[in-house]
Design a protein around this ligand. Structure first.
Ligand code: C2E
Ligand code: MG
Ligand code: MG
Length: 269
């Protein structure tokens, strides 16, 4: 039975690898964009690009279902390039329409092991004409700490070229405060897990407060992820967090739907 299950798992994975490759060729990936607002004003200042996989029946598969397979099979390299290029092109489109939105794009561990990462990013920046300083690459602590020396080097080279870095899901990976100091990130994203616990978990409140204080002391700004209620929004704003993202403000939307939403105004909360 054990061998049978193992065999099935290996087979499923191989099938998905194959499908991912086809999906890239047949342009079946989509990007959705989730607004990030300035907490004091409620104005949208940026979006985070989040990948989806559109199936033949029109249904969307979420990254949690396929990113790990893309990551393990190195498909994340071409997929990551597609994501970055598409996000940059969209940012230019919005700019041409009079909307100057910062663009945040997720990077995975495997992309850090790509010796051409820096060249690829800068080529896409040049090709698409996006301003490097309006592009922010989100890295998780675990992705950056996987290969700390090299990651720090790559991230420093990127920031020297003007690209901004955010540490994603802060507090969930295995963290080392000394690398936090070395990584040239100007933004810390507070993981949804801590936001969720606000109100009934005193420890989470202390953690959020402390992360904001730590970020401030290091000259970084904070984004709270996963804000779902007005209470969470108010509590986190009172703690001095700078930016917010979450279903309360907006779900991730297609470029078309987000444009429609923004036609009604850029103050989202
Ligand atoms: P992430 O970068 O931390 O992205 C935030 C995730 O939280 C998104 O899930 C978003 O839809 C979800 N979210 C936002 N607001 C709320 C909220 O209020 N409540 C709840 N429950 N969830 C909220 P999504 O789109 O499923 O993405 C999951 C993860 O997959 C991302 O986490 C990121 O690590 C990864 N990912 C997504 N797109 C890409 C990509 O293009 N490249 C890479 N390497 N990873 C990606
Ligand atoms: Mg992210
Ligand atoms: Mg996150």
């Amino acid at each position: 039975v054990y061998m049978d299950q193992m065999g099935r798992r290996v087979r499923d994975r191989l099938v998905m690898e194959h499908q991912l490759r086809d999906a890239l060729q047949s342009e079946s990936f989509r990007l959705h964009y989730q607004p990030i607002v300035e907490m004091q004003t409620g104005e949208i200042v940026a979006v985070e690009a989040l990948v989806r996989w559109q199936m033949a029946d029109g249904k969307l598969r979420m990254p949690g279902e396929f990113i790990h397979v893309a990551e393990d099979s190195a498909m994340i390299i071409p997929l990551g390039e597609w994501v970055l290029r598409t996000a940059c092109l969209q940012q230019k489109k919005w700019l041409a329409a009079g909307l100057d939105l910062g663009m945040a794009v997720n990077l995975s561990t495997r992309q850090f092991l790509d010796p051409h990462l820096m060249d690829k990013v800068m080529n896409i920046v040049r090709e698409t004409g996006v301003e490097a300083s309006r592009l922010k690459l989100e890295v998780t602590e675990s992705a950056a700490m996987h290969n700390p020396e090299e990651s720090v080097e790559i991230l420093c080279a990127l920031t020297e070229n003007g690209v901004k870095i955010a540490i994603d899901d802060f507090g969930t990976g295995y963290s080392s405060l000394s690398y936090l100091r070395r990584i040239p990130a100007d933004t810390i994203k507070i993981d949804r897990m801590f936001v969720e616990g606000l109100g009934d978990q005193l420890q989470d409140e202390t953690i959020v407060r402390t992360v904001i204080a730590l970020a401030n002391a290091l000259g970084k700004v904070t984004v709270a992820e996963g804000i779902e209620t007005r209470e969470q929004y108010a509590a986190i704003r009172a703690m001095g967090c700078n930016y917010a993202q979450g279903y309360l403000i907006s779900m991730p939307l297609s470029a078309e739907d987000l444009s429609k939403l923004l036609d009604r105004g850029t103050k989202l909360i």
